[in-house]
Write a protein that binds this ligand. Structure first.
Ligand code: KG4
Ligand code: ZN
Length: 329
């Protein structure tokens, strides 16, 4: 079964053809990132315009790369949300029109569940139930996943998402956007214990809060006027912020695995590309005896393959969408 997956929830216009939920025949991504850089964050209208101007080319590119014709598509899948409403609507409208024109079924899928599907595209041995962790620009969410359509939220962010916190800290340090990959790189040269930034755990819950540590970095930078001349100090700030905030995610994840007696962790979302996070989880997985699955780096960010892959399993379970679906923001 060939499924076209379309993803336009944020700043990536993406389309992919996936065969039988496994084999990626094409994965085309056109990002509007460079237009957002000067603002230090995604500007929704700019993202929507990029989708509107590029979605037809991206989908055509995904067919070409896969070596198939439009009539070879068996089903059309699209991210229904959460995401930016105008951005989502570009993909949803395109998917509806295409599915109608070629007379094939349509399926809207959940963005966060799709992120958790990314590791499945390179691992055939992931078993349910597992603890799912989505760490992205918009979410920090722990879930208990019993099946592709049976997901219970265990913990969520109460304010900034972890990727958003990375982006804001990078902005405070004048490092550019997106901040995650820059901080990841810079932190390698810094001392993670160099500065004491507390990231609080929220007692009795598996929820997260990153606004406090972001503000702590802001005050520290304001007080450290000498910083611009002292690059070593910047590296320590990056490493210390990263270490404290990632440790809370690691700790909550281990608590969730223990609480539910589960030995499998599946991670997805842009921040799952973070090298220090992967190291910390690897270390903990041998201490606490669990197996962790990450997406390949190219599938951490938003992409159409995770949408098409998840849709395959949902179709097999009988899920279909009608042509009156709209964005679930
Ligand atoms: O999943 P994604 O592409 O979009 C959303 O659905 O939000 O995630 C984007 C986020 C950005 O905040 C970016 O800074 C962060 O992922 N990110 C990283 C890294 N690579 C991307 N954060 C930390 N370390 C990284 N290596
Ligand atoms: Zn995403």
């Amino acid at each position: 079964m060939l499924i076209l997956g379309i993803e336009t929830s944020c700043d990536e216009t993406a389309a992919s053809i996936v065969k039988d939920g496994k084999e990626i025949l094409s994965n085309v991504i056109s990002s509007s990132l460079e237009y957002h850089k000067k603002y230090g964050g995604v500007i929704p209208e700019v993202a929507s315009r990029h989708h509107a101007e590029n979605i037809d080319k991206v989908v055509a590119g995904s067919l070409k790369e896969a070596g198939i014709k439009i009539e070879d598509i068996d089903k059309v899948a699209v991210t229904q949300g959460p995401g930016l409403v105008g951005a989502l609507l570009c993909g949803i409208s395109f998917a509806k029109a295409l599915a109608f024109a070629i007379n094939k079924p349509l399926l809207g899928v959940d963005h966060l569940s799709a992120h958790l599907y990314s590791p499945f595209l390179e691992n055939s041995d992931i078993k349910f139930p597992f603890i799912g962790l989505v760490i992205s620009g918009g979410h920090t969410r722990l879930t208990l996943v019993e099946d592709f359509d049976k997901i219970k939220v265990l913990g969520d962010t109460l304010d900034d998402a972890i990727g958003e916190a990375f982006d804001k800290v990078a902005k405070i340090l004048g490092l550019g956007y997106p901040g995650g990959p820059i901080i990841d790189r810079l932190a390698k040269q810094g001392d993670p214990k160099g500065i004491k930034f507390n990231c609080r755990e929220i007692k009795g819950t598996l929820d997260f809060s990153f606004s406090g540590i972001k503000t702590a970095v802001l005050y520290h930078v304001r007080d450290a006027r000498h910083m611009a001349q002292d690059t070593r100090h910047m590296e320590d700030i990056a490493a210390s912020f990263q270490e404290s905030s990632l440790k809370v995610i690691v700790n909550n994840t281990i608590k969730a695995l223990k609480k539910y007696g589960i030995a499998t962790l599946v991670v997805g979302g842009g921040v799952s590309a973070n090298s220090r996070f992967r190291e910390l989880i690897k270390k903990e997985s041998s201490i606490n005896d669990f197996k962790a699955y990450f997406p390949p780096i190219k599938l951490c960010q938003d992409n159409g393959a995770m949408v098409a892959g998840l849709a395959y399993h949902l179709y097999k379970k009988g899920y279909r969408s009608s042509f009156d679906i709209t964005a679930n923001i």
